[in-house]
Design a protein around this ligand. Structure first.
Ligand code: BJW
Ligand code: ZN
Length: 252
């Protein structure tokens, strides 16, 4: 792990810290990423499955696709990268974990202050009346039609061209404006507005640390860029910070 002592020292003394995660952090738990050679979209087109138009055209197919992905995520276990972020949360007085993932693994790992930018695959709502259905809706009511109004029930996630949940976006942007450091983990950083957040942190004088198995469009702006699996790198970073904070006598 190559990181300057000066940067490590700064990170260990920070009070306001945020993390932005993407699909790569769950890859080692067996949840597929989107882009890249084995990504979901190397075989399937997002326009056909992950858009509102696709859903209206073929709700059965889209519902079934999310059901399969929900099963994969439910069978998956949080890995050491998710767990390292739980420990990181306990180290800093103000810590925000912003995730683009919809797989629930951060919550299952034990992270608390989570902002879900792209929704959550365990939640659904009716496009007719807004009634909410949590969990596997087809299992629960035997249909993907709302029991109240007959409208289609869709997953509560953000497809391309859709707005992010305003509260989630406000929290994420607020955290980015005040963050002394952001750790960006396992995201290709090509999807906006999420990819804006690290740049907002930098513009406001914060440090950017990236963890990914390959370079991304953000790498050039990073103060430290770790190329390697998040499950190995994040626990190492957390250990280093813990040591330094211990040496400085800090608890939170
Ligand atoms: C590892 C690893 C290991 C692997 N360890 N690392 C500005 C400029 C250009 C375009 C736009 C813009 N503003 C908005 C747009 C349009 C659009 C957009 O961004 N398009 C670009 C792609 C061109 N954005 C939107 O439409 C957003 N809405 C919006 O902006 O609303 C306002 C608006 C309204 C109306 C009109 C216009 C604007 C919504 C974006 C919603 C994204 N939704 C998805 C699908 C969710 C549903 C589902 O899951 O099916 O969210 S897209 C998909 O990408 C998913 C992810 O959350 C998101 C990000 O992907 P992520 O997490 O980065 O995964 P990958 O696969 O891309 O990368 C994995 C990374 O991990 C790689 O780098 C690997 O190397 C790494 N890795 N193993 C560490 N072990
Ligand atoms: Zn309804």
């Amino acid at each position: 792990m190559i990181i300057s002592d000066e940067l490590l020292q700064k990170l260990s003394l920070a009070k306001h810290v945020m993390v932005l995660t993407g699909a790569g952090i769950s890859a080692e738990s067996g949840v597929p990423t989107f882009r890249g050679t084995n990504g979901l979209w190397s075989k399937l087109s997002p326009e056909e499955l992950a858009s509102f138009d696709a859903f209206l055209k073929n709700p059965e197919l889209v519902t079934e696709w999310y059901k399969q992905r929900r099963e994969i995520a439910r069978d998956a276990r949080p890995n050491t990268a998710h767990l390292a972020l739980v420990e990181m949360e306990s180290m800093f007085p103000d810590f925000t974990l912003v995730t683009q993932n919809i797989d629930n693994l951060h919550r299952r790992a034990g992270s608390k202050n989570i902002v879900e930018l792209h929704g959550n695959m365990e939640k659904n709502y009716c496009i007719g009346c807004g009634k909410r259905y949590d969990g596997d809706v087809f299992e629960m009511i035997g249909s993907f039609r709302c029991e109240k109004c007959g409208g289609l029930i869709r997953p509560d996630i953000v497809w391309f061209g859709e707005m992010l949940p305003p509260d989630a976006w406000d929290s994420a942007e607020g955290a980015a404006r005040g963050a002394e450091a952001i750790f960006v983990v396992g995201t290709s950083a090509v999807v906006y507005p999420a990819a804006e957040l690290p740049l907002t942190v930098k513009r406001n004088g914060g440090k950017l640390v990236e963890v990914n198995i390959e370079a991304t469009p953000l790498s050039g702006s990073a103060d430290a860029s770790f190329i390697g699996p998040a499950s190995m790198i994040l626990p190492e970073i957390v250990n280093k910070i813990r040591e330094l904070r211990g040496a400085a006598g800090r608890t939170t």
